[in-house]
Design a binder for this molecule. Structure first.
Ligand SMILES: [Cu+2]
Length: 123
């Protein structure tokens, strides 16, 4: 309990850092060299529920929905993706700020939607 509250506090503070992080498009020339992290969205959780990225290292997030349409929103990393029902969306990100951030589903997907989130740690 304490830990999740702490995480929330940190991520709220991190919202103020918005703009210090950059995101690049998925169509870069060397996009194929970028490590890929698979994330599955399914009512009402992301799997895995925590990933760790390295500051300054570009990664590609491959977001897959196993059921309905979900969102993937994390302002400090400028992530605001929609994951259409049953489909896969890719986004490339280069985190620039160390911290612990909470990504939320911002596309209403059912009764427990408000608790659908995952943690992204940047170290
Ligand atoms: Cu949702």
């Amino acid at each position: 309990m304490f830990r999740s509250r702490l995480t929330k506090t940190i991520s709220t503070a991190a919202l103020c850092l918005s703009g210090l992080l950059t995101m690049t498009g998925a169509n870069r020339a060397h996009a194929d060299d970028v490590p890929v992290i698979e994330i599955t969205a399914k009512r009402f959780a992301f799997t895995p529920d925590k990933i760790t990225l390295k500051k300054g290292q570009t990664v590609k997030l491959r977001l897959h929905s196993e059921d309905v349409t979900h969102g993937f929103f994390l302002r400090p990393l400028k992530l605001d993706e929609e994951i259409p029902a049953g489909q896969t969306t890719e986004v490339t990100v280069t985190p620039q700020t160390v911290g612990t951030f909470t990504t939320i589903c911002d596309h209403f997907c059912g009764t427990n939607h408000g608790n659908m989130n995952m943690t992204i740690v940047v170290e």
